[in-house]
Design a protein around this ligand. Structure first.
Ligand code: 5GP
Length: 120
């Protein structure tokens, strides 16, 4: 799937839609999810144009990939979930339930996140 410049996270990166920033670095932006599923629900996105995890890991440079994952760690720290623990989720593609076609990782915490996924 080609990258869609009009996806909502592309608009956030361009400053066309506001977001509540948690952390920012050269390669990534972290901000609060607009519909939090848990008390802490932060999204971390690379600044480059990557559709999903598969695309990001295939095409992003080593510096972008390292920078991105360091930003995920920094965002978790900034969100205050490191000591008690948290969950990272990267919904990918149709079966993964991905809604926004710009690669992102969810950070969930602030309380027990519950079972990993519904079985079945
Ligand atoms: P996905 O299902 O693609 O993994 O997750 C997309 C996430 O983006 C959802 O949790 C949804 O609440 C969040 N989201 C959608 N639109 C916006 C927006 O305009 N601003 C923010 N901050 N989050 C959004």
């Amino acid at each position: 799937m080609p990258y869609d410049d009009n996806n909502v996270f592309a608009k956030i990166l361009r400053g066309e839609i506001p977001s509540k920033k948690v952390h920012e670095s050269e390669h990534a932006l972290a901000f609060h999810d607009i519909r939090p599923a848990k008390p802490v629900h932060v999204l971390v996105i690379p600044k480059g144009k990557y559709v999903d995890f598969t695309d990001f890991t295939a095409r992003a440079s080593a510096a972008e990939q390292t920078g991105f994952y360091k930003a995920v760690a920094a965002a978790a720290k900034a969100a205050g979930v490191v000591d008690a623990g948290y969950r990272l989720i990267a919904n990918t593609g149709m079966n993964g339930g991905q809604e926004v076609p710009h690669f992102h990782i969810h950070i969930l915490g602030g309380g027990s996140v519950g079972p990993m996924v519904a079985r079945g």
